[in-house]
Design a protein around this ligand. Structure first.
Ligand code: F0G
Length: 376
C-alpha cells in the first residue's frame, strides 16, 4: 500500500505530464463523497443525493486540483512567477502552490469583494496581492494583457492544465459510485469546472468502454488486471450548472457587465469558458439555471444544519439549484445526484455569521448557563 501523494501521482497516465516530472502537491484530491441522510426527506423528495466536498482540499477549494497541475507544469517549463485574477479561491491556491514550488505569485482581486478567509490565505502565503478597483472580469482582462510582456505564467483556467487537474474529481466519483451519477450539479462562474468535470466523465467512460478486449474479454487499458472490473458502463451524467441570479450570463444568454451576488466566488459576468459550457450542456443533455441569493443562503444553511456540512455560499448554489429543479419536477424520483461543494464554509466567515443566530452572552455563572439550557 502506497501513501496518497496527490492526484497527479494517482492519475498520472490520464494527465498531460511526463512520467518523471515531480508533482508540486499538497495532497489535494481524494475528497469525500458524502451521502445526504436528512435533506431529501426534509425536502420531501425521494432521491439519492451526494455531496462531493471539495472544500476539504488543502487550501479549502477545488482550485487545488487545477493548481497542482498548473504549478507542476509551470515548474517543468522553468517559470519563476505566476499570475491570476481571482474572486478569491484561485488566488489562495496559486499563492500556496507557488510558495511550495519556490515561485513568486501575483494575484489580482476585486477590492472589497473577496471573502476574508481567501484574502488571508493569499497574504499569508506571501503572494503579491493587487486589489483592483474593479471586478473579476476586469482583473482577468488585465492579467491576459500583462502576461503578453511580463515573465509570468497565467494560472487561471485559461491555462489548459488547470482543467486537466480538475477533471480528476469526475474520476473519483465514478470509482466511488461504480458508475457516473444521473445528474451532476455545479456552481458556475467561468464554467471551467463544469467543463473539466465533463471532460473527466467522457474520458473515463470512453476508456472503460474500450477496456474489454473483444476476443479475450480482458481489460485492454489495464492489461488484464483492471481494478475496476468490467461491469462499469460508459454512462455519463447530465450536467447541471447553477449561477447566481445577479451574475447569470449563461441564463441571460449574454455577458453581464455589473455582476452582483452574495456568492462572491461566482460574481462573474464574462465567463472564460463560454463556448465550452454550451458544448457541455448540449452533449450531456443537462441545463443551466439561476438561483437567487436568498435561495443560495437557504441551501447553505440547510446543508450546515441538516447534514453537518459547511460550504461557502457559491458552493451552495449547486444544492439550491437541485432543490429548485426537484420542486419544478425537472429531476425524476429515485435519481442519483452529485452536487459539488466547491469551497469550505470557513472561507467566508462574515456571510456565515451575518445569517446565523447570534451567540448569547451570559455571566460566567452556573445559574446563567442553566437558565439558557432549561429555556428559562
Ligand atoms: N465555486 C467556488 C467556491 C469558486 O471559487 C468558483 C470560482 C466557482 C465555484 C466557479 O467555478 O469558474 O470554474 O465555473 N472561482 C474562481 C476564483 C473564479 O477566482 O477563485 P468556475
Amino acid at each position: 500500500r502506497t501513501r496518497y501523494t496527490g492526484l497527479i501521482d494517482r492519475y498520472r497516465s490520464w494527465l498531460p505530464i511526463h512520467p518523471d516530472t515531480p508533482a508540486v502537491s499538497l495532497g489535494e484530491g481524494n475528497t469525500p463523497l458524502i451521502q445526504a441522510v436528512n435533506l431529501p426527506r426534509h425536502l420531501g423528495h425521494d432521491v439519492e443525493l451526494y455531496f462531493k466536498f471539495e472544500g476539504l482540499n488543502p487550501t479549502g477549494s477545488f482550485k487545488d486540483r487545477g493548481m497542482t497541475m498548473a504549478i507542476t507544469k509551470a515548474a517543468e517549463e522553468g517559470a519563476k512567477a505566476v499570475i491570476c485574477a481571482s474572486t478569491g479561491n484561485t488566488s489562495a491556491a496559486a499563492a500556496a502552490y507557488a510558495a511550495r514550488a519556490g515561485m513568486k505569485a501575483f494575484v489580482l482581486i476585486p477590492e472589497g469583494k473577496i471573502a476574508l478567509g481567501k484574502l488571508s490565505q493569499a497574504m499569508m502565503h506571501g503572494a503579491v496581492v493587487l486589489q483592483i478597483r474593479g471586478n473579476f472580469d476586469e482583473g482577468m482582462q488585465l492579467v491576459q494583457e500583462v502576461a503578453q510582456t511580463a515573465p509570468v505564467t497565467i494560472v487561471n483556467s485559461v491555462n489548459p492544465y488547470r482543467l486537466q487537474g480538475q477533471k480528476t474529481a469526475a474520476f473519483e466519483i465514478v470509482e466511488e459510485l461504480g458508475e457516473a451519477p444521473d445528474y451532476h450539479a455545479l456552481p458556475v462562474g467561468n464554467a471551467g469546472n463544469i467543463t473539466a468535470h465533463w471532460m473527466g466523465y467522457c474520458e473515463y467512460s470512453d476508456a472503460r468502454q474500450h477496456k474489454a478486449d473483444a476476443l479475450t474479454g480482458a481489460c485492454v487499458f489495464c492489461k488484464g488486471t483492471c481494478p475496476y472490473g468490467h461491469a462499469v458502463t460508459g454512462k455519463r451524467p447530465k450536467m447541471l450548472g447553477f449561477q447566481a441570479a445577479g451574475s447569470a450570463p449563461f441564463i441571460q444568454g449574454g455577458f453581464v457587465d455589473q455582476p452582483e451576488t452574495v456568492a462572491t466566488a461566482i460574481r462573474i459576468g464574462h465567463p472564460m469558458s463560454w463556448e465550452a459550457a454550451h458544448v457541455v450542456e448540449k452533449e450531456s443533455g443537462g441545463w443551466f439555471d439561476a438561483v437567487t441569493d436568498t435561495e443560495i443562503l437557504e441551501a447553505q444553511k440547510l446543508l450546515a444544519q441538516f447534514e453537518g456540512v459547511f460550504c461557502e455560499p457559491a458552493s451552495a448554489a449547486s444544492v439550491a439549484g437541485v432543490i429548485k429543479q426537484l420542486r419544478a419536477g425537472r429531476i425524476e424520483r429515485g435519481a442519483r445526484i452529485v452536487c459539488t461543494l466547491t469551497g469550505h464554509g470557513l472561507k467566508d466567515p462574515d456571510t456565515a455569521i451575518a445569517q446565523s443566530t447570534q451567540p448569547i452572552t451570559v455571566d460566567a455563572s452556573l445559574a446563567a448557563v442553566e437558565a439558557v439550557i432549561l429555556g428559562r
